[in-house]
Design a binder for this molecule. Sequence first.
Ligand SMILES: [Zn+2]
Length: 252
Amino acid sequence: MLNRKYLLKLGVRTSLFNHSCCPSATISKISGTTKQKVETVRDVTEGDEICISYLSDGYLPRDERQRILSARGFTCRCERCSPESTFDRDVPLTADISLLPLSNEKIAPLRRRYDQLVADLQSMLGFSTPQSCSLWIMRAERWLVDASKPPYQLHQFHWLSVHLYKMLRDRYKTMYVSNAGNRKDMRKKTLYYGKLIIRAEFAVLQPLDPHKQAVDAFLDDWNDMGMPKNGAWKLLKELEPSAEIIIKSLNE
Ligand SMILES: [Zn+2]
């Protein structure tokens, strides 16, 4: 058994690793060098293939992952994608509040509005004003309200909702940083969506993504907004007891 933090100091050929949607390693740049490091993110046994994820976002349901990966020329058959998969943590990604599956057809109207929100946000980036930003936020929050009601009643960890939480968190933070609107409200909303994202990622990705991008982003927001230093750890512990373990292992 190799340790979780076992580090392979490789400078080249990291692109030769195969993909898995539940990767056993991550690749990152070693700062100040042209080298990359491969770090295992869970325990691996000798003889196991070490895989990385080619997806920039692990918080996607199977169909969406396959769509992106098939554009790269393959069908993923990892333990999360295979038809025999028992990876039930993915269930909320495409389910309603009672964890019953929601078909693409059923949520098609919501999906169209979501796609429009994403397109509008992309065309705004770099050109947004506080007014256009607030307007977009209003539409996105209305989407979340509609999504939570019949006939959809999306699970709060449904991938579309969680993606909107991320976009809303970024918009509120942009408003906060640019001194637009009531800063106290902007801060509250930024941290509120940050908390929802942490809950979702812990619920769905926890065994897959111990680096906890959501936790890192939350801590960044917390610091950028001048919140009291120790408060973040206390809050994270309340939010998600296993966050503490993750943080400890990151600080080792
Ligand atoms: Zn897969």
